[in-house]
Design a protein around this ligand. Structure first.
Ligand code: IPM
Ligand code: MG
Length: 357
């Protein structure tokens, strides 16, 4: 029997609704496997702005650092769009990623057989299954390069700098190579080396490192081609390694191929086992508060938390299997419901998964 401290940041929009379901699932896992989860609830994003006047309160980083892992819903919403860049909810997300050293973002895009009808790609182009792991660099690149405004020749200019150091490329590439070793031993590194210097450095480092992993078949793909190949023939990919910005874009694309943005979890890892776990979708303000959002991406993020931060593989698998069983018995939220199927609510989906653990 073990005790774990989990920082919980529900955030904005549908965040609180989907996190509530995920926490019920985690409690159930605790009861079944004999663990105690001690939750530390934190405000961040728009919810924090409304309560205390800042999207990134001072207690966020220290409390997270005391915990074994962080579970996050989503942040942001139209209400905060007028805030200056550095004060926005999204900036809080970047600060927590940076502050906790979460440079490795794992975004598995797995197609559930039960959802194959929700997949927009022709079955013959998918192969038997789609199971891609996107390894996205998370604390560098254009998200963290210099950005500012200045007076230019033609009026105001704004700029954001894409910058990568060897060290940053090396440590994320290592995560991808190791993931590839544990999977099908193929790795596609995605860049824009025909145009960007930062990508040329990226490609050089990945090529150098491939000598240390002779069993891994490495190839390089330009991001425009990768975006096209993902819809043309997603079955060709296993592990994709890419930068912060390209990973943001390609992971949304990959998620849609699996049937819905509402299905994909993510793990953002630091060195060691500490991590933050969140769905890849956003706060979906248009459907917030209506009990119709899909909680599966957040529930699967709890599974990743158990697997990666706590090393509890059997517990993680119990959640994955419960999700699969729920989908196989035909349960659907609105985003994944086929024509003619009556969608169920967020809470009913959460309960259905919980019942299958
Ligand atoms: C994601 C999101 C974030 C990102 C936003 C909300 C800052 O799109 O996690 O994919 O761009 O990283
Ligand atoms: Mg994104």
């Amino acid at each position: 029997m073990a005790n774990y401290k989990i920082a919980v940041i529900p955030g904005d929009g549908i965040g609180p609704e989907i996190v509530a379901e995920a926490l019920k699932v985690l409690e159930k896992v605790g009861t079944k496997f004999g663990h105690v989860f001690d939750f530390r609830h934190l405000l961040m994003g728009g919810a924090a702005y409304d309560a205390v006047g800042t999207c990134f309160p001072d207690d966020v980083l220290p409390v997270c650092r005391e915990c074994d892992a962080v579970l996050l819903g989503a942040v942001g919403g139209p209400k905060y769009d007028a805030l200056p860049g550095p004060e926005r909810p999204e900036k809080a997300l970047l600060k927590i990623r940076e502050g906790l050293g979460l440079y490795a973002n794992l975004r598995p895009a797995i197609m559930h057989k039960a959802l194959s009808r929700a997949c927009p790609i022709k079955p013959e182009n998918i192969g038997d299954s789609m199971d891609i792991l996107i390894v996205r660099e998370l604390t560098g690149g254009i998200y963290f390069g210099e950005h500012s405004w200045r007076e230019g020749k033609y009026g105001q200019e704004a700029y954001d700098v894409e910058r990568y150091s060897e060290m940053e490329i090396r440590r994320i590439a290592k995560v991808a190579f190791e993931a590839a070793m544990a999977r099908k031993k193929t790795l596609v590194s995605v860049d824009k080396a025909n145009v960007l210097e930062s990508s040329r450095l990226w490609r050089r480092i990945v090529t150098e490192m491939s000598a240390d992993y002779p069993e891994v078949a490495v190839s390089h793909m330009y991001v425009d081609n990768a975006a096209m190949q993902l819809v043309h023939n997603p079955g060709q990919f296993d592990v994709i390694l890419t930068s912060n910005m390209f990973g943001d874009i390609l992971s949304d694309e990959a998620s849609m191929i699996t049937g819905s943005l509402g299905m994909l979890p993510s793990a953002s890892l630091a060195d060691g086992s500490f991590g933050l776990f969140e769905p890849i979708h956003g706060s979906a303000p248009d459907i917030a508060g209506r009990n119709i959002a899909n909680p599966i991406a957040t529930i699967l993020s709890v599974s990743m938390l158990l697997r990666y931060a706590l090393g509890l593989e059997a517990e993680a698998r119990a959640i994955d299997d419960a999700v699969t069983a729920g989908l196989e018995s035909g349960l659907r939220t609105g985003d994944i419901a086929e024509a003619g199927v009556t969608p169920i609510s967020t809470t009913d989906m959460g309960q259905a998964i919980l019942d299958r653990i």
